[in-house]
Design a protein around this ligand. Structure first.
Ligand code: SF4
Ligand code: SF4
Length: 126
């Protein structure tokens, strides 16, 4: 999912004009991409003269930090203070939750590859 760096965006509006899906709007002179409308065509990356449209992968450290902050906030919640068993149970629950998300993504990748092979990959004629 592309996203716009507020620091780099100059508000020129080129991406807004070029987006086929009309997924980009200007909010206070900074481009904003509506991920529910975006069709992942990548054009905004190509047309931005300021390199302000960034790739999803760059957000991995930020998303990991956000997950960790959330987990730590729960582990520090007063409900668990002074009860190491409850806190340990929460820790295990959090591990299951992150593992479940990992499995969903792994399965999704697996199924997408199968879909691609079955439906979209051009078969050779020989
Ligand atoms: S990837 Fe394509 S559809 Fe999505 S915001 Fe960029 S130009 Fe628009
Ligand atoms: S083309 Fe780049 S600099 Fe211009 S509005 Fe879009 S993201 Fe911002």
């Amino acid at each position: 999912m592309p996203w716009v760096s507020e620091e780099l965006c100059t508000g020129c509006g080129v991406c807004v004009d070029e987006c086929y899906a009309s997924a980009i709007s200007m909010i206070e002179e900074v481009a904003f991409i509506d991920e529910t409308e975006c069709i992942r065509c990548g054009v905004c990356h190509e047309v931005c003269p300021s390199d302000a449209v960034r790739h999803d992968g760059e957000r991995v450290p930020e998303e990991v930090a956000s997950n960790l902050a959330w987990a730590e906030e729960l582990l520090e919640h007063e409900y668990y203070s002074g009860d190491s068993q409850k806190r340990e149970e929460l820790y295990q629950r959090l591990l299951r939750y992150f593992n479940k998300n990992k499995k969903v993504m792994e399965k999704s990748i697996e199924r997408l590859k199968l879909l691609w092979d079955e439906k979209y990959e051009e078969k050779s004629e020989d």
